[in-house]
Design a protein around this ligand. Sequence first.
Ligand code: MOS
Length: 745
Amino acid sequence: MMQADPKPTQPPQTPYRYDGVLKVTGKAKYAAEFSEPFPKGDLLYAYMLQATVPAGTIAAMDTKAATRASGVVAVLTPFNAPKLPVGKPQPPGKRSLTVLQDNNVSYNGQPIGVVIAKSLPEAIHAARMIKVTYNETPAKLDFMGRLGEGHAPKNPGKDPASQSRADADAAFASAAVTVDNTYVTPIQNHNPMEPHGTIAWWNGEKLNVYDATQYITGDKMTLARILNVALDNVHVQDPYVGGGFGSKGSTWSHVILAAMAAKIVQKPVKLVLEREQMFGPVGYRPTTVNHIKLAAGSDGKLTLVQQDVTMSASVLEEFVEHSELPARKLYASKQIITTTKLVDCNYGVATFMRAPGEAPGTAVFEIAMDELAERLKMDPVQLRLLNYAERDPSEDKPWTSKHLRECYAQAAGRFGWSKRNATPGQMVEGNKLIGYGFGTATYPANRSAAMAKVSYLPSGRVFVGSGTQDLGTGMYTVMAQTAAANLGLDPMQMDVKLGDSTLPKAPVSGGSQSTASVGPAVDTACIQLRLKVAGVALSDKQSPVYGAKDTDVDVMHGRVFLKSNQTKGESVTSLIARNGNVPIEAEGSAEPGEDKSSMTSQSFGAVFAEVAVDKDTHMVEVRRVVATYDIGTLVNDKTGINQLEGGITWGVSFALHEEAHIDLRYGRTVNESLAEYHVPVNADIGTIDVTVLNIPDTKFNPLGARGIGEIGITGAAAAVANAIYNATGKRVRHYPITPDKIMMA
Ligand code: MOS
């Protein structure tokens, strides 16, 4: 079990969410809910018009009736929209935008116009009156029928495919045990509770937006470049985000359209996407077809791991879903060979979606490993231990910290894995077949440069600010807790501000990096603040510590005092009161260490699932999931465990429910609503038991925290899939595993 690891040092736990009361009382405002600072009654409503064909050009748009309709202020089309200077958007906000600059149509649902009216019903009503005629061209819609047309990505990324195919074939041919199957993951759409939405208004040359975004700085850069506005003249705010999952990591067309519209009508304009409008214009996870070949000796040692991936891509832009990554990183093998290919389709542009790469990658690869274990007549966990990667096999580097063995042991123990019967169909309860399944979870640890600002206020409260975002994940709480721990104060004495582009810069809230990036910046800022406060006291003749050496004083618990005699000192508030009653401010920044390239920082976990499958209907109930993760330091038990539970819930959803169906004739997503795009509700989720090892990875960052937002979804889908096999003996290799597929398998 657990090795003698150093006891983690960590900030005190907060028993609450900093923003909890604001959330449950409806006072936390989302981007589209603001009605100020512009004059009441000035706000106009925009409705986005979408193409109804998948490919071709727009021949004409008859907007006469719409323009004359009640309440309509303006109608924007490719024929009258202002021409924009061509600007290259900045990554990771880089996504091809369709902002009325030409009359091309690349997918069904593409934005082709905006109606601006005094009310939303009037805007929608007028939009329905617009007659669009198209010159249609043949559309590429049948991804599955065109797999042979796959081409290598222009930027293959982390996929050098350096090993020889001939050697791989030889290893496969001579192996004692092999697996050779194809596994499919579908298109999945982000469905945050808060839809995408933007309010834009101009003060002369200055553009202001409230936007539902995971990256206020990215929004700012993209808006500035595309609209040719000076960077300092763009102000982006988004204090609360109702979920993003990657879709709000990029700036999409509607954001630009809202800003464009506001400029034309010289009024604030609100553009909120309807749920249906989020199936296409704001990204999705592409579908992947994964041909996996595994070869092992009779001892279970892997001699070949091969994964060839073909995925759907948009004709507009390349986006690679790196579902081959788990094959490259999870297990040691003599040979590892992977490739990725794209099939261009008349679909919207794909993007990051919670654990891009690792979510579908573990979903497919961990079924293949289960199949290999079965052929070897070996316990699936034992097979993983036998091929444990002591170093990162993809780059032959050491890990900064890896404790996956302990995850396997801890989760297996809590789950009762030893009670599993390896032969399918043996555990029966009345009309239900019971199955146990397992999968490994993994996600890289990311970190970027970030800045923060802290100030001691005359009231004794402390302002903590950073231009980061809180997607509902807990950034407010983590910033409050981190600053409070540094200053010896209560987290609720912090006035936290984020989601405002005038604050010091922080990275995109993506890649599970916010705590690991912003936390250390807040630490640095607080250290600077204590020095600043001490400095003011040391030069203030009326201060009890006046004249002491700077190394002899400290600032904690709202006081500045002598380290040698803590009663000799004063409150920070009285110090500030005597010194002009102005806040004492400090800034701090932090960035990744230098050995980022010589070592790999990666999180791991073990996920076990129990399912009950109805013998007649083949309906699957996930009764419980037990998971243990090695994510470094757990910074906040409430928000951290919450995110892992949310990730697991999505993993169950990946296994059983989620799939966007594209109509092969017209290219529109057929199930573009929450009624028909299935996600789990409470009744679909059984018990979830999450534990973390809480072993700091201090080689990764001083906090030892590797990030927690995405790993929960990984491994979980395969655990469910493998449990279904253990229950039924039916191996379904095409997600989601719906009752019809189990029946037909
Ligand atoms: Mo996440 S897909 O990195 O927002």
